[in-house]
Design a protein around this ligand. Structure first.
Ligand SMILES: C[S@@+](CC[C@H](N)C(=O)[O-])C[C@H]1O[C@@H](n2cnc3c(N)ncnc32)[C@H](O)[C@@H]1O
Length: 220
């Protein structure tokens, strides 16, 4: 239960305390890094120059060399283009990248091009932190978590942890045109931890074990 900035600090402390090269591949205006301890070490890319990223770049052609990145952060648009109407607020469209999303009823098509590049640029045992949201569109529950994990496995990466985050300010992604609800209201999203390797790092050296983590992986 909480906000992304607090969770991201905890995730980096826990999974990647020795990370040096951290790239957010779709940083937008970096809202989720606001006030974090790690934010100053994160390089931000985005395909939209309007949001003033450090580097204007699509996640399907990252400028990084092979096997050089410790952590990639991925928070793609969570809705397909059809979910944004001309009446959508411009701010909403810019903040959530609805001009850079895809067609169809879900955003499954976004994942594979990113994951192919992620596989290339991540160091062995490097990580992806992916924010994934399921939602209802076109009278169907769109199982984005399943689409994402399937694409992760297809490129030879390993989904190795799942955090379900409830946000006190979390929106309920549904159309205002609904008259009858057939699906439960929700205010959660998933943070999936993906590793370029097995579920757990191959060689655990004292360098990448945080103080607060015991050998069994539990926090004191
Ligand atoms: C949900 S927003 C990210 C919000 C961000 N995490 C924050 O804290 O403000 C999604 C972002 O993905 C970007 N985007 C969409 N397609 C992209 C692509 N192919 N490559 C890079 N960025 C992309 C959009 O421009 C948008 O800024």
């Amino acid at each position: 239960m909480g906000r992304d900035p607090d969770l991201l600090d905890d995730m980096l402390d826990f999974y990647a305390p020795a990370a040096k090269r951290i790239v957010d591949v779709c940083c937008n205006r970096r809202k989720m890094w606001k006030g974090t301890r790690w934010g100053g070490k994160v390089v931000g890319y985005d395909i939209n120059p309007e949001v003033l990223p450090d580097v204007v770049s699509g996640w399907h052609e990252l400028p990084d060399k092979d096997s050089t990145v410790d952590v990639l952060c991925y928070d793609p648009p969570h809705l397909p283009a059809a979910a944004a109407t001309q009446a959508s607020l411009k701010q909403y469209v810019t903040d959530y990248g609805l001009e850079q999303t895809c067609g169809g009823d879900n955003v499954a098509a976004l994942h594979l091009p990113f994951l192919v590049e992620a596989k290339r640029v991540l160091r062995p045992d490097g990580l992806i932190f992916a924010k994934i949201k399921d939602y209802i569109h076109n009278h169907r529950y769109q199982w984005n978590l399943e689409y994402f994990n399937a694409a992760v496995r297809a490129v030879g990466l390993t989904p190795c942890d799942l955090i379900i985050k409830r946000d006190p300010c979390g929106g309920n992604l549904k159309s205002g045109r609904w008259k009858t609800a057939h699906h439960a209201k929700n205010c959660h999203c998933y943070w999936v931890v993906v590793r370029n390797g097995r579920c757990e790092p191959r060689k655990v050296s004292s360098e990448n074990v945080p103080d607060q983590v015991t050998r069994r992986g539990a926090r004191r």
